[in-house]
Ligand binder design. Structure first.
Ligand code: T46
Length: 308
């Protein structure tokens, strides 16, 4: 599958979904009365300064749906996203692919910073899709955006910001280490708020919080493992590489997104490398500070994991 410019040959398949009640029932605009001329006119005007519309195409060049960026605002670096696919394309990965590609296009080609969109709360399938793929809900939507909709009461808004990890692209590292999504609520033009709750969002009772700050670029800390402590590491500001070692292999993960947490709940040697000065490393821990829980010697760590 690939994205390409819309062409006149797509009109017939475009009209197909417009007349498919199952596809359009939860869409905001009225499509059932559209004619082939409307599709041709849409295709003709599909690439303008403020709106771009691409065909999501099958490998055999068949039109499967349209993915769009509307109301492109180059000053505030935002745009509204929209997607629709034919019934035959549902559940086949076209929506996911179309979305992934247009997000890339928005951030890399158009240099935008955030993309927002809305769906009807009744569109359970779409809501599930966005939630499952870790898109953030958007509250306090700008008046200028809302006024384009006659009725906003049944709408649920979402946002994706440049740098967000979405589409479950989170790697599974190794036993005892995983990445988690920290619930994050975006506020249009006013940042975002992230939170997690003890035992509900993290698999342990949080007994201690600590944070490491004012570390110069290029400095390493850590060089130890814990015997029993479980922790969530997160970086609300800056960029820190976490080097993880389970005694057999080493992995590195960069923390640079406030909505991503690194869960370490195994006996893992860790080093933290500051690649941006003043980055802040925050840690939620399952227990009070206990120097006895640390293994600070690498050979002792290897011996410990081998004889566990
Ligand atoms: C970890 C990584 C990610 C305390 O007195 N109370 C505390 O809660 C902590 C965490 C540390 N300390 C003392 C112990 C040392 O005298 O603070 C000093 C610096 O600690 P440390 O050299 O262990 O710091 P890091 O950055 O190497 O490691 C810390 C945590 O200690 C560790 O649990 O997993 O961050």
């Amino acid at each position: 599958m690939y994205l390409r410019k819309l062409k006149n040959d797509d009109a017939i398949n475009m009209l197909e979904w417009m007349h498919d009640v199952d596809v359009v029932e939860n869409l905001h605009s009225e499509f059932l009365s559209k004619k082939i001329e409307d599709c041709l006119c849409f295709i003709k005007n599909s690439m303008t300064k403020n709106n771009v519309n691409f065909a999501i195409s099958s490998d055999t060049d068949e039109y499967m749906g349209t993915v769009s960026l509307k109301n492109i605002d180059r000053i505030n670096k935002t745009a509204e996203f929209a997607i629709v696919v034919r019934k035959s394309a549902m559940g086949c990965g076209y929506s996911r692919f179309g979305m992934q590609e247009i997000i890339k296009y928005a951030f890399e080609k158009l240099n935008l910073n955030s993309i927002y969109w809305c769906v009807s709360k009744n569109n359970k399938r779409a809501c599930r899709f966005y939630e499952k793929n870790h898109f953030k809900e958007l509250y306090d939507v700008d008046e200028s955006i809302l006024k384009q909709y006659d009725d906003t009461t049944d709408l649920k808004w979402f946002i994706v910001n440049k740098g967000d990890i979405v589409f479950n692209s989170i790697p599974t590292l190794f036993d005892g280490v995983s990445l988690i999504n920290i619930k994050t609520i975006g506020t249009s033009g006013a940042g975002q708020l992230s939170f997690f709750e003890s035992t509900r969002d993290v698999p342990f009772n949080i007994k201690r919080l600590y944070y490491i700050s004012r570390v110069p670029e290029g400095k390493r800390r850590g060089f130890h493992a814990h015997k029993a402590l479980k922790q969530i590491l997160f970086c609300p500001f800056g960029q820190i590489i976490i080097i993880l070692d389970n005694g057999e292999k080493r992995e590195e993960i960069i923390l640079n997104d406030p909505s991503i947490g690194l869960l370490i709940d195994g006996v893992i040697w860790r080093e933290m490398l500051w690649i941006q000065s003043d980055s802040v490393l925050c840690v939620a821990a399952s227990d009070y500070f206990n120097p006895e829980d640390y293994i600070r010697d690498y050979d002792e760590f290897i011996h410990y994991v081998k004889n566990k």
